[in-house]
Structures are given as structure tokens and as C-alpha cells.
Design a protein around this ligand. Structure first.
Ligand code: HAM
Length: 434
């Protein structure tokens, strides 16, 4: 039978199983939970507190922060038109976090300046390996400090999470984008230089020459890279203050022995950055090699309408890309926990009694599976095996009459009879002790 609905291209289901219908390896919900709990644990140690903002936001929030001329805003936003205004599905979270920070006066709250998040983002990109239309980011934002230590702190936190997940030897690329007027002067110089080669540029770069010339520095097209070899260097335009900030960030990273590569061509696809910009790459992920990226955004608050500068710096990582990198490294993630105990029952009365036992055991935090389809004993045993249950308790009407159950230890194949007296505690103790 043909199924009428399937998930939308570029989105995916997270299932309790670790393979899809075509047999390919996918991460199970238990593996997602493991990643998420690792993120929470590590970012918690860095003393970031979780923030959850809505998936729907006003369109203007991203137009004014990420920038109307960026790909993300000009081509990739999912919009939801409403009678009075247009909502969008958030393409990233930094602008939302800054909105919430300002709206709720988090500057005055002890827990308000170090915020982390985990959740879906939406971008209408062309789906391919490692690139989705609904994907999941986790990230951290440190708001309120212009100090270079804050930049190093978020980079250190980002690396701590990926290391805790077992990913090492990722390449950290670092650059300074300068700020304010000096960047304006540079953009003008770059524009003038590139205009001389306009005919040789790709259509995308020709468009960017008008809308967002800095992004051309990021090109992967070989002949454009050659043209860029002699282009004016951003670094030459960066102010002494910005350079000093950059040097301090590097020295803090060095204090932690964190290695990085300086990449003067690294620019990010979002407009709100100034000073520090960075990306974390996994060399074998191909085209979608960026696992995480971030930087400083001291102008963001003003861009979204605040009347004074609020310094901030942060990062976000793509969980799907992390999973791909983990797969490539053959890092096994933990599977779903098996039930402690499976209740095999036969007959209506025994079924009712066992139903009560299951509830009592679950109250004591024991994971209990049972059959709800009145299947044969053989089928129930088979199911217990498939689920990898550690123990099976067998109870039929005969056992009920005798006031006892049969307990089977599945791995060793041993079994014993237990009388009803104190049965819940007895079973709970056995499950806990092994
Ligand atoms: P971003 O570089 O646009 O930065 O995204 C961060 C990460 O999200 C990327 O490195 C990538 O791993 C993942 N990602 C982005 N698009 C997709 C996609 N279509 N499919 C799968 N994964 C994707 C930001 O979003 C900034 N808000 C980061 C930041 C935080 N800057 C300061 N604070």
C-alpha cells in the first residue's frame, strides 16, 4: 500500500531505532538524548544556564541582525504570513537570545549573561548530506562582556563539548573581522579591487559584490581564490584596538593549549559579527565541514533596536554534523537502555495481578515491559529476548493460585521461584543489585 504522507524533504524523524527503512545508519532517540545530556553537562560546568526561546519570531528580528543581504535571510527563511505581520521559523538562535536578554532585563540577573540552548532551526537550503531544512543547533552566548577572555571562554566551552563527545583533532579557524569604520573602509577597498575582475566572477559573487562583498572572501571557486590572492587584506585595515583584542584572545587560547589556525579569509555568513570570528571544522565531512561557528557581535543589540551597545560573543554547532563526524570516527554512542524486567503472563487473572506488580515496580524506578496484546507465552518470551530484558517474571493462573512467580535471569538462563510475600521489594532489589 502506498503511504500518502511522508516527512518533508530536508527534515527527518528521530526514531527509537538506529537504522532507517533503507537500512542506512541513523542516530536513535537514545543517542540524541546522550548527545543532549552531554551538552547540558559540559555547558553546565562552564556555568551556562539553559534558555528556550520560541521557534517562531518576527521576521524583522533576523532581517536586522543576520542581515537582509545574507543568504540565510534573503533566500532561506521559512515565512509564516499572518494578517498583521509575518512570522518566521528561526534560522538561528543568537538573535532570539539577544532579544530575550534585552526584553527580560537579563543583564541584571545573576544567571542572565551566560546562556545556552539546544533546539531546531530552519533554513530552506538545498538538502544534502549534512545539510537539512530543519536541523538542530546547540550553542552558548556570553553577553555583557567586551573582554577577550569572554571570546576564549566560549571557544573553550565549544571545544569541551565536542571533546566530551569523543571528537578530537578538529580544526579551529580564527580571524578578526575588525569593527565599525575600519571595516567599512576595507569593504570599500575590496569592492574596488574586485570590480576590476567583475567579468570573471561567478554570478553569486557578482551579486555579493553589490550586496555583501565580504562574503566573496569565503568563495570555494578556484579561479576566484586566485583573484583574491592579491586582494587587499582585511587585517591591514583592522584598528590597533581590534588587533590587540585579537592578540589577547589568541593568548588565552594558548594558555589552554588550544591549537588554532589563523585564516584571514574566514568571514561568516551572518552580518552581526565584529572582531573575533571562528569556525570548527571536521576535515573529512566534505562540503559541509563546518561543525560549529561563532564570534563576537557587539553591534547586535543596537541592530535590533536597543539604544546602547551590548557586547556579546557566542557559538553554535550543528548536531547532525556532529553525528556525521562521530559516525566517520566510528565512535559508538550508547543504545537505548533495555528493560530491567519483562512480565510474561498467561490468563486474565494473572494478567491483572501482574499489571499491579508492574505499576508497583515502576514506582520504585524499575523499567518494566509487558505484553498488551494477549500473545502466547512463547511470543512473549521471544519479545523479552528481542528487547534484551535482563529478567523475565513468569506468572500464569497456576502460579497465581500457588502464590508465587518464576524469575528467570536471561543471560545465565537460571531461574528461581519467588513467593508473593514482599515480591515488589524482592524483585526491585534483584534488579538493582545486578
Ligand atoms: P552558523 O554558522 O550559521 O552560525 O550555524 C552554526 C552551525 O549550524 C554550522 O556550523 C552547522 O554545523 C550548522 N548548520 C547550519 N546550517 C545547517 C543546515 N542547513 N543543516 C545542518 N546544519 C546546519 C549561526 O547560526 C550563529 N548563530 C552562531 C553563533 C552563535 N554566533 C554567535 N553565537
Amino acid at each position: 500500500m502506498k503511504q500518502s504522507y511522508r516527512n518533508i524533504k530536508g527534515t527527518f524523524d528521530i526514531l527509537p531505532i538506529d537504522h532507517s527503512a533503507d537500512g542506512s545508519e541513523v542516530a536513535s532517540s537514545a543517542q540524541w538524548q546522550f548527545i543532549e545530556s552531554t551538552i547540558r553537562r559540559v555547558l553546565g560546568r562552564y556555568h551556562f544556564a539553559e534558555i528556550r526561546t520560541p521557534y517562531l519570531e518576527p521576521e524583522g528580528l533576523f532581517e536586522r541582525s543576520v542581515g537582509v543581504d545574507t543568504d540565510i535571510v534573503s533566500k532561506e527563511m521559512f515565512t509564516v504570513p499572518r494578517p498583521k505581520e509575518t512570522y518566521v521559523l528561526r534560522p538561528e538562535v543568537t538573535a532570539s537570545v539577544m532579544r530575550a536578554y534585552l526584553q527580560h532585563h537579563l543583564a541584571q540577573q545573576p544567571l542572565g549573561q551566560r546562556l545556552f540552548y539546544i533546539g531546531p532551526c530552519f533554513r530552506a537550503e538545498r538538502p544534502q548530506k549534512g545539510r537539512f531544512r530543519q536541523f538542530h543547533q546547540f550553542g552558548a552566548e556570553l553577553i555583557g562582556s567586551a573582554d577577550p577572555l569572554a571570546d576564549a571562554e566560549v571557544i573553550a566551552a565549544m571545544i569541551a563539548v565536542v571533546e566530551a563527545l569523543g571528537l578530537e583533532k578538529l580544526a579551529l579557524r580564527l580571524n578578526t573581522l575588525g569593527s565599525g569604520d575600519s571595516r567599512g573602509v576595507y569593504v570599500q577597498a575590496l569592492k574596488e579591487y574586485l570590480s576590476r575582475f567583475e567579468r570573471d566572477l561567478t554570478e553569486t559573487s557578482r551579486r555579493r559584490l553589490v550586496t555583501n562583498p565580504l562574503r566573496i572572501l569565503d568563495t570555494k571557486v578556484e579561479h576566484e581564490r586566485e583573484i583574491l590572492a592579491d586582494a587587499p587584506r582585511l587585517r591591514a585595515y583592522v584598528s590597533d584596538e581590534d588587533l590587540a583584542h585579537y592578540e589577547s584572545v589568541k593568548s588565552y587560547l594558548e594558555a589552554l593549549d588550544l591549537s588554532y589556525e589563523e585564516d584571514p579569509l574566514l568571514v561568516r555568513g551572518l552580518d552581526y559579527y565584529c572582531r573575533t570570528a571562528f569556525e570548527l571544522e571536521s576535515p573529512n565531512l566534505g562540503a559541509q565541514s563546518a561543525i560549529a561557528g561563532g564570534g563576537r557581535y557587539d553591534g547586535l543589540a543596537q541592530a535590533i533596536g536597543w539604544n546602547e551597545e551590548v557586547p556579546g560573543v557566542g557559538f553554535a554547532a550543528g548536531i547532525e554534523r556532529l553525528l556525521l563526524a562521530l559516525q566517520l570516527h566510528h565512535n559508538a554512542l550508547p543504545a537505548a537502555a533495555a528493560p530491567d524486567l519483562y512480565l510474561v503472563t498467561l490468563g486474565m487473572e494473572a494478567g491483572k495481578w501482574a499489571f499491579g506488580l508492574a505499576r508497583d515496580l515502576r514506582r520504585l524506578d524499575i523499567t518494566v515491559a509487558l505484553d498488551v496484546r494477549s500473545r502466547s507465552m512463547k511470543a512473549q518470551m521471544k519479545q523479552a529476548n528481542k528487547l534484551d530484558a535482563r529478567y523475565v517474571v513468569i506468572i500464569g493462573d497456576a502460579e497465581l493460585d500457588a502464590g508465587e512467580v518464576i524469575l528467570k535471569q536471561m543471560e545465565e538462563g537460571t531461574q528461581q521461584t519467588l513467593s508473593f510475600a514482599g515480591i515488589t521489594e524482592k524483585l526491585a532489589d534483584i534488579c538493582r543489585s545486578s
